[in-house]
Design a protein around this ligand. Structure first.
Ligand code: ATP
Ligand code: MG
Length: 633
């Protein structure tokens, strides 16, 4: 028995271990617990010591942000890709061009190209030509020409000249004849399928590349046929002019590209009408127009990288002035769509209010939404220019806009969903006039007077019928501060509509105990102007609506626009409207445009006047919220 006991005791002892810190014998479990606790304590102390050694940088103040947004607007020309190509291509005067096809509205991606083309020339004291690349009459319209021109000016750029590829149709035609004379072009009658086979089939991998018999025609046959094309002697698509390049070259852009075509629908051209039955292709027209306009730096996006070889081939073959093409990365946005066809569908089906609907990322839409042109340019500058394609979340763009507006626009109070609050105390005349600054940081912005009336309006969401510990705004028996008013108020009672259950009136008294309230809310006096406010959230649910199951229309949020018809705005609004544009300074839209009136509505977001507004009927759009929304709705 005794032996057994000793055995048990020995076993138990074996289960115990020495805690070297306290000298106690404890169970393995207890020891592990103690060791973990000590390790945590140690880690905490180490972190504190580290913090003392390297105190964390103070949180960015609005002033710090202000410096950040004023990052050198020329930074992208001073270093990196654009600086490199400047030193690589010597020239007396930089001449660039921005060559949009007038077949749609410009979008945020185009703003990058505009900033690069115009900005680069401006930085180097050169000039930029706005050239409408109008070689495809089926898709082009005069209306787009006007809109594109306006958008470029809105962004703050003035073209040195406005030209059209179609201005050069005769010269281009003459170049084509010269190319034929040089034996470097032939009239071909092959079908699309034939051509594909000649180029080695799918991806050029299905068979050897070869030329068709038309490539063997002599110069005078080619010339005759080309003139017949010009004179309308061929059916549409029955003949086209091909460049005789180099099919042994691994670059597909050298495999005898088309130079001239006879369009299927002989749609009259928006400038030359029915004068021409044949039209040059992009590959033929672009480099020659660049050459004719003496462009020094032909800047385009990287999809044209392989085209550079044919670009150079054609200018060289014709022995004309040779501009240099260089390629930078496209700017792509996630969470929205840019495709013209998809946008057109949204507009036609009235899913949005138009091409300029504030939920879209066309530049006309961003303008209507109130995004300042300066914010767009500063966003592009922030991203920088390289040869890599950039994929950006719309949220990142919005963050950039928010940063830009934060310290540059005045603050007002806007109550989206008003509920009356009756102050039961008498309001002495000496406290009823509140002077409210437009900015708490920049006294130069001035301010406005707002009367504290016996009845004021606050936002419905700032009142709760029942109080709780974690709630710091207004509730029965609870106090809240009113921005810039002399005293906080304490709710004493409220009434409700018996049918809807909605609170219709809150009654309150001043809280004069002198303690600073835990939170402040915005308010407007009785008699404030009623405005309509449109608050937009992302139109699409996913990051890549074009890839969404069932198509992009399947990806649309049902509630991307909330309209508040009875919102109330403070009196300072008239002052802000009169003293616009906001932000101040250059590179902001013109004073008379509705969207030049921008302000921060305290606690809600940044707003602008919508183009639907009239002098008596104010309609506002939210530009961006104050903080990034956590969830996508
Ligand atoms: P989209 O198909 O999106 O309308 P696009 O290339 O057909 O674009 P163009 O009118 O031909 O439109 O474009 C004019 C210029 O703008 C071109 O030099 C083109 O490279 C540039 N560009 C177009 N989209 C972007 C983008 N997303 N990022 C940067 N540059 C762009
Ligand atoms: Mg195009």
């Amino acid at each position: 028995m005794a032996d057994q006991e000793t055995e048990h005791a020995a076993e138990a002892l074996a289960q115990l271990q020495l805690d070297e810190v306290t000298g106690e014998m404890v169970s393995k479990r207890e020891l592990k617990k103690r060791q973990q606790k000590r390790a945590r304590k140690l880690a905490g102390a180490a972190a504190r010591a580290e913090k003392e050694k390297n105190p964390p940088k103070p949180k960015a103040t609005p002033e710090a942000n202000a410096n950040e947004i004023r990052i050198d607007p020329d930074a992208m020309f001073k270093q990196g890709f654009l600086a490199d190509i400047y030193s690589e291509i010597p020239t007396k005067e930089v001449v660039t061009r921005f060559p949009p096809e007038p077949n749609g509205f410009l979008h945020l991606g185009h703003a990058k190209a505009i900033a690069v083309d115009f900005g680069f020339a401006r930085y180097h004291g050169g000039k930029t030509i706005l050239r409408f690349d109008d070689t495809n009459p089926d898709a082009e319209e005069q209306g787009f020409v006007t809109s594109i021109e306006e958008t470029i000016r809105w962004l703050g750029y003035t073209p040195h000249a406005i030209t059209y590829s179609s201005d050069n149709f005769q010269k281009l035609y003459d170049y084509a004849e010269r190319l034929i004379e040089l034996g470097k072009a032939y009239v071909c009658h092959c079908s699309d399928a034939d051509m594909k086979r000649q180029r080695g089939g799918h991806e050029g991998k299905e068979g050897p590349r070869y030329r068709c018999e038309h490539s063997e025609q002599d110069i005078s046959t080619n010339m005759d046929k080309f003139r017949m094309m010009r004179d309308g002697k061929y059916e549409p698509r029955a003949a086209f002019l091909r460049m005789k390049q180099d099919i042994t070259n691994p670059n597909p852009q050298m495999w005898d590209l088309a130079a001239y075509r006879i369009p299927k629908d002989q749609t009259p051209h928006h400038r030359t009408g029915t004068q021409w039955k044949i039209y040059p292709t992009y590959d033929f027209a672009h480099c020659l127009c660049d050459s004719l306009e003496r462009i020094t730096h032909s800047l385009c996006t990287t999809e044209f990288l392989l085209s550079r070889e044919s670009y150079e081939w054609l200018n060289e073959s014709l022995q004309v002035y040779e501009p240099k093409q260089r390629e930078f990365g496209r700017l792509n946005l996630n969470g929205t769509i840019m495709s013209k066809r998809a946008l057109a569908a949204l507009v036609e089906e009235k899913i949005v209010r138009g091409w300029d609907d504030p939920r879209l990322y066309t530049l006309v839409a961003l303008r209507r939404r109130g995004v300042p042109p300066g914010a767009i340019l500063s966003f592009i500058n922030e991203l920088g220019v390289t040869t890599a394609r950039t994929f950006i979340q719309v949220a990142r763009f919005e963050q950039s806009v928010r940063k830009y507006l934060e310290i540059t626009v005045p603050r007002l109070m806007l109550v989206l969903d008003p509920v009356a609050l009756v102050i039961e105390d008498a309001i002495d005349p000496e406290i009823s006039e509140c002077r409210i600054p437009f900015s708490t940081k920049d006294p130069e912005m001035g301010g406005y007077g707002q009367r504290l009336t016996q009845t004021i309006f606050i936002d419905r969401s700032d009142f709760r019928e029942t109080d709780s510990k974690d709630y710091f705004r207004l509730a029965p028996g609870k106090s809240v501060g009113l921005f810039q008013a002399p005293y906080p108020v304490t709710a004493v009672s409220f009434s409700k509509n018996s049918t809807t259950g909605q609170v219709t009136e809150i009654r309150a008294v001043f809280n004069k105990d002198g303690k600073k309230p835990k939170s402040f809310i915005h308010w407007v006096p009785e008699g404030s102007r009623t405005v309509e406010v449109r608050v937009h959230s992302p139109l699409f649910k996913s990051d890549n609506p074009m890839q969404a199951e069932g198509g992009f229309k399947n990806d649309i949020h049902p509630n991307s626009e909330t309209v508040y018809r009875d919102a109330l705005i403070s009196a300072g609004f008239d002052e802000v409207r009169k003293t616009g544009p906001w932000p101040k300074g250059s590179n902001n839209s013109d004073k008379d445009a509705p969207e030049s009136v921008r302000f921060q509505a305290m606690r809600i977001g940044y707003f602008t006047v919508d183009s639907d507004a009239t002098p008596d009927n104010v309609v506002l759009n939210r530009i961006v919220s104050l903080k990034e929304d956590n969830a996508k709705n």
